[in-house]
Design a protein around this ligand. Structure first.
Ligand code: SF4
Ligand code: SF4
Length: 455
């Protein structure tokens, strides 16, 4: 076995891979009801859930040695700020110790924001961190599921963290989960982030919590400490979903609602991860594993040094090894992990392979592929109907934006096209009554149809 601290000699190493490191494991100060990651504490029953200093050094060293000129160091949890600031100051020292000449390092952290203060935010600003902040919308939507261990809503505490971040002018990315409680409020949520918070970068992540018939009643209580001492370990199996999970068609409508607002007024001003990813797919570039043809280059590191195939597969069957015993780069390059990534493509059902939006969807994440196609083949994504609706809806504007990009013009010019198209549309629909069927053929009355939903 190769010594863990020596450079890897593998010849099959992926040139670039991404690690989500969890210095506190799954431990969090909150108790968000849909957060099945909380159940992963069960993997380490005797742990103190703190990454040791020697492991931190080993991790930073292995990562910087294995990566090319640009490296991303990403902290996540649980709640990573439960490690105190000294842990992150130490990580910066280690980065300086092991960084190669010319190697640039980007730092990111995903947090619930409730522990942030001026000191934290000054540190983030000093080291140019990109901070991902979890917010599910305005108070009444955020507090549905994002609660503390006493079941109290956390909106005020998150807003306090947001203000510290804004005051220090820290780069921020809003991460909003989409679930049964907020999915019907797309525009309200988007405007709250854009206008209420002044956010310019955001991403929307669907909540899909799966399980079998025995697990779901327990899972519906939540994955944290409420209600039960016999909290199950969440694994990616089962064909039912919790009541908090988003429904597929709802997700499609949610994404379309936000897209229709964004594409008319915010292109080039507000960055929505999925829209950017979809535009990338239209020019043959894939930046998000979920919608890439293959995956396997985004692994998760637990506080013990255990490395897992993906953040969504922190479970015994997907443990690749421990970086104290094996080089991280070798674990990522292992045949087992390469197969994990390739399976995303090779296990696609025929229904996906023949799908008109395969180029943008690529079947979605394997963790969500637990329903059957209309002709009975297993392995279709639970979110298929919503994805299909969204990718069809945006295909034409995305094609136009891709053309603008290819002719070295800003995609934001699409907004002019919409001004013209919307004016034409207004004139056309003015000729028919508001209670008449819309000329777009959707079957809706004109007053309920904006004429662009061709999906
Ligand atoms: S399993 Fe899903 S989340 Fe994990 S790397 Fe693959 S596509 Fe990404
Ligand atoms: S939209 Fe549905 S059928 Fe098409 S690639 Fe995605 S999951 Fe497969």
């Amino acid at each position: 076995m190769q010594a863990p601290n020596s450079p890897s000699t593998t010849t099959q190493s992926p040139r670039y891979f991404h690690v989500l490191a969890k210095p506190t494991g799954a431990v969090c100060n909150l108790d968000c009801k849909y957060c099945f990651f909380l159940s992963k504490q069960a993997l380490y029953p005797d742990s103190d859930f703190r990454m040791a200093d020697d492991l931190l050094e080993l991790y930073i060293r292995q990562l910087l040695e294995s990566q090319p000129a640009q490296v991303s160091i990403a902290w996540q949890g649980g709640e990573p700020t439960l490690m105190d600031l000294d842990f992150f100051r130490r990580s910066m020292e280690l980065v300086e110790k092991y960084r190669r000449p010319g190697q640039s390092v980007e730092h990111t952290i995903q947090t619930n924001g409730t522990r942030l203060d001026d000191e934290w935010c000054a540190f983030f600003k000093q080291h140019n961190f990109l901070v991902g902040l979890s917010i599910d919308g305005p108070r009444q939507l955020h507090d549905i599921y994002r609660v503390d261990k006493g079941g109290r809503g956390t909106f005020d505490r998150v807003m306090c963290g947001w203000k510290f971040l804004k005051t220090q002018e820290v780069k921020c990315n809003i991460l909003c989960t989409v679930h049964s409680g907020n999915v019907e409020h797309a525009i309200e949520i988007y405007r709250f982030f854009r206008d209420g918070l002044g956010a310019r970068v955001m991403q929307f992540i669907p909540i899909v919590e799966r399980g079998d018939a025995n697990l779901i009643p327990l899972a519906n209580i939540g994955w944290g400490l409420r209600g039960t001492d016999s909290r199950p370990l969440y694994v990616q199996s089962g064909k039912r979903v919790t009541q908090r999970s988003v429904q597929s068609e709802q997700l499609g409508r949610f994404l379309i609602g936000i897209f229709d607002e964004w594409v008319r007024s915010d292109v080039g001003k507000v960055y929505v991860q999925l829209f950017d990813t979809t535009l990338g797919a239209h020019v043959g570039q894939y930046s998000l594993c979920v919608f890439s043809p293959t995956c396997g280059d985004a692994v998760a590191l637990e506080h013990t040094g255990d490395l897992y195939s993906c953040d969504h597969y922190v479970e015994p069957d997907f443990k690749l090894g421990n970086i104290r015993e094996s080089q991280m780069v070798d674990l990522v390059a292992s045949a087992r992990q390469r197969k994990f990534g390739a399976d995303k493509q090779t296990t696609l059902p025929k229904y996906c392979r023949e799908c008109e939006v395969l180029y943008a969807c690529n079947g979605g994440c394997p963790k969500d592929r637990f329903i059957s196609t209309p002709d009975g083949e297993p392995g279709l994504n639970y979110l298929c109907a919503g994805y299909k609706k969204f990718f069809r809806h945006v295909a034409e504007p995305m094609r136009l934006m891709a053309e603008l990009l290819e002719s070295n013009r800003p995609p934001a010019q699409i907004m002019r096209w919409y001004v013209i198209e919307d004016a034409k549309w207004k004139a056309e629909t003015a000729k028919v009554g508001r209670n008449e069927p819309c000329p777009c053929g959707s079957g809706r009355k004109t007053k309920y149809c904006h004429g662009r939903d061709r999906s």
